[in-house]
Every structure is written in C-alpha cells, then in structure tokens.
Design a protein around this ligand. Structure first.
Ligand SMILES: *Cc1c(COP(=O)(O)O)cnc(C)c1O
Length: 429
C-alpha cells in the first residue's frame, strides 16, 4: 500500500538518495538561479561536512561566512531546542526579553546606538537605505553612493546598490538613487557627492569581488567627508563582520593601530550572527536612532526569541572560548603560509589578502591549466579543491575565498593549507 509513511520511507531509501536523483529533483522542482557544485551535503560536525556518498570535506567555506561555530555545534542545538520548547516566535507587537538582550550585546560591542533585527544581509542593508532616505527626506536628499565591485544583496534596492553590472542585468528599471565610484579612491567619492547625496555605503572588506581591503586612510577620509557634508557613513559588514578578522567588525581591525575614535553611522550584519540560523540586524548610532519611528519599518520574523537565543549563545561561546583571538591567530598564520606559497609560485598564485579568517587567494587567470574551460578560473580551483577534500568559495573571476568557522583549529588550518599547496603545485604543472 502506498501510504504517506511508505512514500516517505522510499524517498529516504539509500538507492533513492544518490547524487543523481537529488540533482534530478532539483532539476525539476527548484528554481535554477544558482550555479551549484556537484556535491550533495548531508551532515556536518565542527569544520567537517560529509556528502551523501560518505565523502568527508574540510569546510573552509563556512556556508559563505555563516557557520561561525562550525556545524552541529552542541550549544546551538541546545539553544534551539530549549528555546523552541518555550517560545519560537512572538510578533514585534510585543516585547521579548531575548531581543532586548541581543541588541544590548551588539551595542556594547560597537558603541551607543540601537539595533533593528531582520532576517538577512540584504534586508539589513535595505533598512539602512530606508534610514538614509528618512534622514534626507525633508531636505530632498536621497542619493546613496556605493563603490564599484561592491555587493549588497539581491533585493531590488540591493542590486541597485551593488556596484556590479552582472547582478543588475535584466532587472531594469533599477531602484533610483544609487551610484558607484572606485573603491579606496577618496577623491572619486568626494567628486561624486551632489546636492542630492545623503549617504555613503561601503564594505570595509569587499567580499564577493575578491577580498579587497579598505585602507585606514580611506575609512578615516570617508568619515571626514561625511562629517563635512552631513552624510551618513554606512558599513556593510555582513560578510567580514562578527569577529572574523579578530575584531567584532572589520573596520575595527583595519583601524586598530590608529588609536582614533572612529564610528560609522550605521552597520549591516547577518551571516555569522546566527551561525546558520537566519538573522540579520543593523546597528545605528544613537544620534540617528529615532529616525525610524513607530510604523516606519518592520519585519514579521525580525528578532524572534528563537533567532535571538541562538545569536546570544554564539556570542557567549565566542567570548568564552576566545574565538576572536583564535580567528586572528589561526587566520593570520594561515595567511602568512599562503603568502609564502604565493612567493614560491608567483605564476600561479598572484596574491593572498585578508585579515584573520577572511582570506582571498588571487590566482593567475591566464594559466594554461585554466584554458579551454567555460567555467571561471576561481570555479575551477574550487572544483580541484573539492577533489582534494576541501570546500572554499569562488569570488569574482579568479579569487578563491576562505571563510571558515571561527573555531577552526591549527591542525585543520594545516590540513587546508596542504590541500591548497597540492592544487597550486598541480596548476604549476
Ligand atoms: C552575503 C552578503 C549580503 C547579502 O546577504 P543575504 O543574507 O544573502 O541577503 C550583503 N552584503 C554582503 C557584503 C554580503 O557578503
């Protein structure tokens, strides 16, 4: 008899769970908006994941900077199960203690201000855009300047804000009021400001376009410019934030030796904040905290007790286990090794950039080994690394990113390094 239970059992049968059948189901039923790698992942533990054929991979991709404590962390499981027995969701029509506590923790880590909770990075940026629009509304200012090669999410405003043609193509007309100038070019930013400008938005470390780091001078210069022209300085820390660089937010690492009082006016967060449970947030400086008054902005799922319980637990574990220091120590030493590798194989590996556990490896795109393939050099390297048992993330055309869990161990970093060395030697021919 074909009962509900039998149908379920048969789809769980090993013979029905081969890679091909999973792919076939995706081919029929899932919107094909992603170029997926040929891996079906089934379970994880710490910095390892297993595919459905039992193959094990060292995860240096971290779900693209999301799995801050790795996979199946027992304290995340505990927070999820215990909180789900109490209260998963209440509307923002009411107070819930955990949302207030998480907001306070974030404020304590940045500076006096307020926090709004949402569910993703794109939404966090969207909130900052609305904040900026509100700020400029009465004097007719609305324009936000961002940088070329930036990435700010896939909503309509997100793709308008993103400084890459490929995300906009086919979705015109774009949301008005965004323009882009070269990154790390203060003069270009100054020249782009008009009477309509209300804010500047940058990623202090550009992630999607290949780990490009803002200089300290650039950040300080932008702050000065925004003060002079009464503009909001907004940072998208969705990828580089949450202790990945060794500091809570990446601008704090970039400026750590400057000993200056520096603050942006708004900061977007998501990815590592929830360790895989969806949560986004933006912090806004106290001075501007009341711009979004009752009724002006909302999110049904924003800051549920469940999401906040997980995010609070992650902050507890990061603090207790000193994972900011771990990210800095393991990441910086891994980067030094990778830079040495680039020195030994300059024709293959052109540069290695990053801070802590956000690292970009820039490959030579014209390598003979990459020729004759449709896929980008970055994708080809990521595929080769899969064969060597390591997950990484492509960025732009020829950069490969490492965005592992903050609790990556020295031994795991060395394992990853060996796989990368193997692939670099192979590419050297
Ligand atoms: C991932 C990312 C986003 C978008 O986040 P989603 O959660 O996918 O909406 C925005 N900005 C940056 C810098 C990102 O890396």
């Amino acid at each position: 008899m074909k009962t509900e239970e039998n149908v379920q059992r048969s789809t769980l049968d090993p013979q029905h769970r081969t890679r091909n059948s999973v792919r076939e189901t995706f081919g029929k039923f899932v919107v094909p908006s992603y170029a997926r790698f040929d891996l079906v992942l089934e379970r994880g533990e710490g910095s390892y994941v297993w595919d459905i054929d039992g193959g094990r991979y060292l995860d240096l991709a971290g779900g693209i900077a999301v799995c801050s404590l790795g996979h199946a962390h027992p304290e995340i499981t505990k927070a999820l199960t215990e909180q789900s027995r109490k209260l998963i969701h209440v509307s923002n029509l009411y107070y819930n203690e955990l949302q207030g506590r998480l907001a306070k923790r974030i404020v304590d880590l940045i500076a006096p201000g307020r926090v709004f909770f949402c569910n993703s990075g794109a939404e966090a940026n969207e909130g900052l855009f609305k904040l900026a629009r509100k700020f400029g509304h009465d004097d007719g200012r609305f324009e936000i300047i961002t940088t070329l090669d930036s990435f700010h999410g896939r909503t309509l405003a997100g793709i308008a804000a993103t400084g890459q043609e490929k995300v906009k193509k086919g979705f015109e007309p774009l949301v008005a009021g965004f323009k882009h100038v070269r990154f790390n070019d203060l003069a270009a930013m100054r020249a782009a400001i008009t009477r309509s400008t209300i804010a500047i938005l940058i990623e202090p470390i550009q992630g999607e376009s290949g780990i490009t780091i803002a200089t300290a001078e650039y950040l300080l210069g932008l702050r000065k410019l925004c003060d002079e022209r009464n503009l909001l300085l907004l940072f998208d820390e969705v990828q580089a934030g949450h202790f990945r660089t060794g500091k809570f937010q990446s601008w704090q690492r970039i400026l750590e030796n400057r000993h200056v009082d520096f603050l942006p006016d708004g900061v977007a967060m998501a990815k590592s904040l929830g360790g895989g449970f969806p949560i986004g947030a933006f912090w806004v400086r106290e001075k501007y905290a009341k711009l979004l008054s009752p009724g002006t902005h909302a999110s049904t799922f924003g800051g549920t007790p469940l999401a906040c319980a997980v995010a609070l637990t992650i902050l507890d574990v990061i603090e207790r286990e000193n994972l900011a220091e771990n990210a800095r120590r393991i990441g910086d030493s891994l980067m030094a090794e990778l830079q040495a590798l680039a020195k030994n194989y300059p024709k293959v590996l052109r540069a290695v950039r990053g801070f802590g556990l956000i690292i970009g490896l820039e490959f030579e795109p014209k390598l003979l080994a990459f020729a004759g393939e449709e896929r980008s050099p970055a994708t080809q390297v990521v595929n080769r690394l899969h064969k060597a048992g390591v997950l990484t993330v492509p960025a732009a055309n020829s950069v490969v990113r490492l965005l592992p869990a903050l609790n990556l161990s020295q031994r795991q970093a060395e394992e990853g390094l060996r796989a990368i060395e193997e692939v670099v030697e192979e590419l050297n021919g």
